[in-house]
Design a protein around this ligand. Structure first.
Ligand SMILES: Nc1nc2c(ncn2[C@@H]2O[C@H](COP(=O)(O)OP(=O)(O)O)[C@@H](O)[C@H]2O)c(=O)[nH]1
Ligand SMILES: [Mg+2]
Length: 202
């Protein structure tokens, strides 16, 4: 692929649902993982950024430990991580996600960054803060999607954005944040630009 080739978001395809490290695709190229609480809107965000129906929304059992991978093209991938609804501290976060996910986040060389998906009406819950702190410590870049922005009027949505933007630097030195809606597609191009920059040429 050429050095300016944009990731083929609309042509993304399901690659594998991995339950163990051996099932992950080879650790080459570039990968971006979507994290967040259960029901935050991770799968819907992946669908909005790629194509409808790719990541099944709200159909995965809440306790699944699988990492679902999608290929954008040859060596560029998106990963849908299991939600962490009940974690209250980093140790519990790790326990809830399991050793597989912990190992993935620690050792995956092709992982270029994490998209942290948070409901704009309930941002920065304990699990989100734990993940941000963990990513800051591990040097993993983070971009926050404040999703379901269609559920708020514009004023309150912008106010939520302002509050999160203000709180973020204390949690992660250089995490970005934006409004998003899988329903109205607000912020799709802004988010794709971040993914594109992270994924580069693979
Ligand atoms: N109104 C609205 N609902 C959304 C949006 N994104 C997700 N949802 C809904 O929120 C629920 C959870 O979404 P899902 O993507 O399955 O969350 P996940 O568990 O984080 O993967 C589903 O009922 C979605 O239809 C959004 O941008 N706007
Ligand atoms: Mg999901």
């Amino acid at each position: 692929m050429g050095s300016t080739a944009r990731p083929a978001f609309e042509r993304a395809r399901f690659l594998v649902a991995a339950h163990a490290p051996a099932q992950l695709p080879p650790d080459r190229g570039a990968e971006v993982a979507f994290a967040g609480r259960s029901n935050a809107g991770k799968s819907s965000a992946i669908n909005a950024l790629t194509r409808a129906g790719l990541a099944r929304a709200s159909k995965q059992p809440g306790r699944t430990r699988q990492i679902v991978l999608f290929a954008l093209d040859g060596e560029r991938r998106l990963a849908d991580l299991p939600g962490y609804g009940y974690a209250r501290a980093p140790r519990e976060l790790r326990a809830h996600w399991g050793r597989f996910l912990d190992e993935y986040l620690r050792t995956r060389a092709s992982l270029r960054g994490l998209v942290l998906v948070m409901d704009v009406r309930h941002p920065l819950r304990e699990g989100d803060r734990a993940l941000l702190a963990w990513c800051a410590e591990a040097g993993r870049p983070v971009h926050v999607l404040l999703t379901k922005a269609d559920k708020l009027r514009r004023g309150p949505a912008l106010e939520a954005l302002r509050r999160v933007r203000e709180a973020l630097p204390a949690l992660h030195p250089r995490a970005g944040v934006q409004l998003f809606s899988a329903r109205t597609r607000l912020g799709v191009e802004e988010a794709r630009a971040v993914l594109e920059a992270w994924l580069g040429d693979g």
